[in-house]
Design a protein around this ligand. Structure first.
Ligand SMILES: *Cc1c(COP(=O)(O)O)cnc(C)c1O
Length: 385
């Protein structure tokens, strides 16, 4: 274990999470209580949607999105390859076929509209987009395209709680939005996730699938048998518990300020990198809307030895990462003949050069300066070597 001087990410915790957890433990009510419902209502308000459904993690929230849209065998779903593997895995869970689309380029690491349109066939049923780094995809254009071809849209907004375009939250543009509350995300509940939608029918389906496919008690009461229930779908237990919801509510109160801090630190990174390491590319210099500034991606100059660079950073106890090895290069996807994976030149160019630098709300400005100076030195060594 390296004792990092600057970790890649850090929790934004104070006493409020601990207090909230203790209150749940003292109450003795651990699941299916008022805390989850309150967290859902508060999160829906953040995103600006009618419905938010809390779940156990961001991967099952994508699974529920695919199920609720009725995707299945024979259906093609267009998805970026430059994302976490769960975005595409959710499509395979329901037996549908992922069709990988390219990103826009070195300055915009989100899915390309042209690339989406090129891949639309008679069998295309949906588009899954991902707001890379918390920077919004061009959702007005994605929704226009989807309407033209009658496609469902799922936003993987795991990086983007609190991001928006024209005041409308990311996760609230598509038919369904999906969030993750893993510890490295902007808002954490340890493990946790949320599905969002403005559609009443989709919301009911998501809630039912989250809890064993059971009809709700109110629905049963309505039908006159309040003491039993029916199971109308093959459902799951993907419910969030009260302990996690309590942590989430404490985190949610701090999110706007934490995101603002992330944006300020990102601006400082841009300024210092332009000055001290000008041949490094910092994507998203110009972007639509308000970013959640989830991570700080840079692209090394072409031909740099990325592993040597990351080793130099590690020697100075600065943690870095790669977002992401593209999904179409993973064995499980490479060897799957069903999966479509051609014409991903921008993805492959960017993915070979990308390194993620440390960024978290509690990061001091002197740490940003230290990281950038170390980047400058590491690049010199990597080039000379
Ligand atoms: C974290 C993440 C997920 C998965 O979320 P989990 O809560 O870890 O299951 C999905 N997509 C993206 C883009 C992510 O960053």
């Amino acid at each position: 274990m390296v004792d990092w001087l600057v970790p890649l990410a850090d929790l934004n915790f104070d006493g409020s999470e601990k207090e909230a957890v203790n209150a749940v433990l003292d109450s003795g009510w651990l699941a299916m209580g008022a805390g989850v419902q309150a967290f859902e209502e508060e999160f829906a308000r953040l995103v600006g949607v009618k419905h938010a459904v809390a779940v156990t993690n961001g991967t099952v929230s994508l699974h529920l999105a695919a199920l609720a849209l009725g995707l299945g065998p024979g259906d093609e779903v267009i998805v970026p390859s430059l994302t976490f593997v769960a975005t595409a895995a959710a499509i395979l869970y329901v037996g549908a076929t992922p069709v990988f689309a390219d990103i826009n380029g070195e300055q915009d690491l989100t899915i390309s509209l042209d690339s989406i349109e090129e891949r639309i066939t008679d069998r295309t049923k949906a588009i899954f987009v991902m707001h890379y780094g918390g920077y919004p995809c061009d959702m007005p254009a994605v929704m226009d395209l989807a309407a033209k071809y009658g496609l469902g849209v799922v936003e993987d907004a795991a990086h983007a709680p609190g991001a928006s375009i024209d005041g409308r939250g990311m996760g609230g543009w598509g038919h369904i939005g999906s969030f993750s509350f893993f510890p490295n995300k902007n808002l954490t509940t340890a493990e946790g996730g949320m599905v969002t939608t403005n559609d009443d029918e989709l919301a009911e389906k998501l809630r039912r699938l989250r809890s064993h496919g059971m009809t709700t008690l109110t629905w049963d009461r309505h039908r006159g048998h309040a003491y039993s229930y029916d199971v109308v779908d093959l459902g799951y237990n993907y419910r969030m518990d009260e302990v996690r919801a309590a942590i989430g509510r404490a985190q949610l109160r701090k999110l706007p300020e934490a995101n603002q801090r992330r944006r300020e630190l990102t601006a400082l990174y841009r300024e210092l990198l332009a000055e001290l390491a000008p041949d490094v590319t910092v994507p998203f210099q110009h972007h639509q809307g308000v970013s959640a500034a989830h991570i700080l991606p840079i692209l090394l100059p072409p031909g740099s030895d990325r592993i040597a660079f990351m080793e130099r950073m590690k020697a100075e106890r600065i943690q870095t990462s790669i977002h992401y090895p593209p999904i179409h290069t993973f064995t499980h996807y490479r060897e799957n003949d069903q999966v479509v994976k051609v014409g991903l030149d921008n993805t492959e160019n960017v993915a070979a050069r990308e390194v993620t630098l440390p960024l978290y709300a509690g990061m001091g400005e002197e740490k940003v300066e230290l990281v950038v100076r170390t980047v400058q030195q590491a690049l010199q060594v990597v080039r000379a070597g």
